[in-house]
Design a protein around this ligand. Structure first.
Ligand SMILES: O=C(O)C(=O)C[C@]1(C(=O)O)C=C[C@@H](O)C=C1
Length: 373
């Protein structure tokens, strides 16, 4: 279906049905992935992992191969980092994950018994690269997380998920890390929550994790972004944690110490989509029934408004008058904004809604003027 210009009709339902829950307590609690942006030294990896094991995380992360914008930045410690991850597994009992971007990375991870691999945003944009990884994953039992592509293209994200699913991987999850933008904004990567919500609507069983560190780009926003994700019923959070964030070899501004992470994790509230309370569910159903009735009324009212718009369109055609009437449109906006303010409604929301209605009026009158009758 086409909602908000997001076409999700292409996805293959047979594939969607294959998703297995990424973790046992899905829909009951949040899944926590944490660890340094990059594995730098064995001591840094192990000390972070020990602290995170006491903070009860589910999965330890560390980048071994880092796709960097420019070649002179630190591009990852390489295969020796996988041995450090193996030490994390044996010493702390934590499961471990890292990013893969090509066949060689996948083969090295499979050889080292890495529990989960993720496909990064810069790789998800390339169907060739994703297919190469999917082929290399074939026949393995590894779990796979797929980050959104850097550009806000839901089809590419869905396509990557489908490619990996078609290679026989049963445990697949998605990571929402936000989207690149030229706009200067408080986020490093624009969340554009609607895209992840669409993905969730398309694949209700898919595990969706919010990479709060990459959306935020700085420590200050981590809590706000993570709580928002949990309120939107994400299944978990991925966060970058470093023993000495300011000295990190990559992404220093967005990493936090294990202590800060542990406190933040405690403060965040997981809210399941459904709860097991008959009385509450009955009153919720009741309220939702009222919303259904109001939505019906809104649609009927919009329909009545459009009938009048069509009559005005016919009048404009007969009298050879322009469709756009800026004076009248300004009056409508001013009147409705005053009303919205009185009622405590967001003027941004009401103006967006009116603009959409006005655009539809123009489209309808345009068709009437074009019609040969
Ligand atoms: O008042 C008109 O002339 C209309 O056609 C109605 C309407 C509207 O949707 O309210 C539509 C187009 C004009 O620009 C102004 C207002």
């Amino acid at each position: 279906m086409l909602y908000n210009n997001i076409d999700t009709k292409h996805s293959d339902l047979a594939v969607a049905q294959q998703f297995k829950p990424f973790f046992k307590e899905k829909n009951k609690r949040a899944f926590w992935i944490a660890g340094p942006c990059s594995a730098e030294t064995e001591e840094q990896v192990l000390s972070t992992a020990r602290s995170l094991a006491s903070a009860n995380i589910d999965l330890f992360r560390a980048g071994i191969w880092k796709p960097r914008t420019r070649p002179n930045s630190f591009e990852g410690i390489g295969t020796q980092g996988l041995e450090w991850l193996n030490k994390v597994q044996t010493e702390t009992g934590l499961k471990v994950c890292t990013e893969v971007a090509n066949t060689a990375h996948v083969e090295a991870c499979l050889k080292h018994g890495i529990d989960v691999v993720w496909i990064g945003a810069r790789t998800t944009v390339s169907p060739f690269a994703v297919q190469e990884i999917a082929d290399a994953l074939q026949g393995s039992e590894v779990k796979v997380l797929i980050k959104n592509p850097i550009n806000p293209d839901l089809k590419l994200w869905v396509g990557a998920i489908e490619r990996v699913a078609k290679s026989g991987i049963e445990h697949i999850g998605a990571i929402h890390r936000g989207f690149s933008s030229f706009e200067i904004n408080k986020y490093r990567n624009q969340p554009r929550w609607q895209i992840a919500i669409e993905l969730k609507r398309e694949f209700p069983d898919l595990t969706i994790i919010c990479d709060s560190s990459h959306i935020s780009g700085n420590r200050v926003l981590l809590e706000e972004v993570s709580q928002k994700a949990l309120d939107l019923n994400y299944d978990g959070i991925m966060m970058e944690v470093h023993p000495n964030p300011d000295k990190a070899w990559s992404d220093a501004e967005q990493q936090v110490t294990p202590e800060v992470f542990a406190k933040l994790k405690e403060r965040l509230i997981y809210r399941p989509a459904e709860i097991d309370d008959a009385a509450f569910n009955e009153s919720l159903d009741n309220l939702r029934l009222q919303i259904d009735e109001i939505d019906d009324e809104i649609i009927a009212l919009i329909n009545s408004r459009m009938q009048i718009v069509d009559d005005i369109g016919a009048y404009k055609k007969r009298n050879n008058m322009s469709i756009l009437q800026t004076k009248r449109w300004s009056e409508i906006l001013d009147r409705c904004m005053t009303k919205a303010t009185e009622l405590g409604l967001s003027t941004e929301f009401i103006s967006k809604m009116l603009e959409t209605i006005h655009q539809e009026s123009i489209n309808r009158q345009h068709s009437i003027l074009k019609r040969k009758d």
